[in-house]
Design a protein around this ligand. Sequence first.
Ligand code: M6R
Length: 612
Amino acid sequence: MCGIVGYIGNKEAFPIIINGLKRLEYRGYDSAGIALVQNGIVQYKKQGKVADLEQFSCTKNTSGSIGIGHTRWATHGEPNDVNAHPHTSMHGKFTIIHNGIIENYSSLCRQLAERGAYKCASETDTEILANLIEYVYEKEHVSAEKAVRIALSQVEGAYGLLVLCADEPDKIIAARNGSPLVIGVGNGEYFLASDATPIVEYTNRIIYLNDKEIAVISKHELSLKTLFNDTLTPIIQELDLDIECIEKAGFDHFMQKEIFEQPKSITDTFRGRASKNPPEIYLGGLYNVMDKLDKADRIIVVACGTSWHAGLVGEYAIEELARIPVEVEYASEFRYRNPIIRANDVVIAISQSGETADTLAAVRLAKNAGATVIGVCNVVGSSITRETDAGVYTHAGPEIGVASTKAFTAQVTVLTMMALFLGKRRKELATERYEELITELYNVPALIEEILLDNEKYLHVARLYKDAPNSIYLGRGILFPVALEGALKMKEISYIHAEGYPAAEMKHGPIALIDENMPVIIIATKDKSYDKVVSNIQEVKARKGKVIAVVSKGDTVIAQLADHVFEVPECDSFIAPLTTVVPLQLLSYHVAVLRACNVDQPRNLAKSVTVE
Ligand code: M6R
């Protein structure tokens, strides 16, 4: 939430920062701003997209080789020019950009008001922080760095922060607590950003700032400390990320590209972990917690949104194949309800970004309670990966579209591999079945290639239903979470109200909604519940609902009943979540495009939810 970018070096900072903000726009996109060190510090801010800021600034003086920029996802104060970052302190000494939330901002505001005539122009929590730093600086007569450290010691909440000081214009001060911040190291230049995507085209040498760390950066020097003033040695890591991965590569939208990338991202996720000959699973990332996993009485999955849906798929697979009880929790609920966590529990935290505030808090809670915590994350080096005891990366590559697609299938791939791996170790899974499922997993990329060939069909159905105000998604067993995921995709990018339900639950309420205007999307592939799902379709048709069914290829029974069918190649039911979700992703994508919605940056959302 909120993207921040900084540059200090010998090049023009403006294009680097604007370009970087565009790459980070998936984190927030209601307003944007930039501050540049010239003869003094100038700043330009604009409600709207980064392109609006760029347009607004093009007639202004944008020179300068030191600058900071921000793209906002509003928490405090509506999106407008005034609330856009950067914010400058009242006497003009400090200009800051901030990602996170200053939780005690009202008490800080009160204290500042009592101490002097500090007034804020905006409604943001960030401006208070700029004023607090300035207050400390002026009152204590300390350096800018020390003023930032003292001010931050009074702050409760999360921040990734970049600070410019008018009296020390040759440096950028960066600090982090809870919101990510990375520093790219170039030759006589440094790049700062919320994640590595704005940096990768300039350097692959990266320093990840940890919580409660502060960096003071000039063109030729970087000093790193804790907020308690202990000097640290910066650790430079090599970044493994290609620029092509963060471009649209000829697709109209990132979401579309990411849907079509799934054969590759799934292959990348099982590469080196699933072998075909002989069929075997190796999850090296789990080896150092193997004794805990062997003894685990229970697995608790914590996650949010799409990752939570992947966790539900994992629940079905792990319980059935490895016979370990699994509970899947919304991280936001788990962290606040005093959950019972035992030392023999293994907690799996699933997160594409690895930065989701609630999931990270759930990880910390579980660790403090003595549980073993495993991360299933996509972003390498993200906070969750650094705080968990072990982990398995989903090698989906950067996911830029706010609506998660390839991350979901990569997460499900990892969880399916875990279920197989644990099933074998616990001797719950016959060798034949284990090998059969690994072979099926290997076929998934080819099956998805086949499903993607039907793109025109998804577009055709999207045209027919794009104006429906509501929709219902139904699935049973391991395909119920796919129904939830299909509904989430539809609502988040097309703003059509969509509900996901277990198909059998329909009779307990949602059936009342069905009439001739209600599209009902039913996942009805051949598995042990098939006959029951066919009955559910008949119940919908009896009430004149419109049925769009995802069926196994060649199904003639449902083809007779449903208004439209999306065929997917037949596969094992444990593999079906990976195939059946694809038509639902594309259906939502086309509906959203036809409704002229901003597919990659849906309203009110942000890719990485680093506030609770
Ligand atoms: O980065 P995470 O996987 O932790 O994110 C969790 C959710 O915020 C995310 O899945 C969200 O629901 C997506 N917009 C879904 O498409």
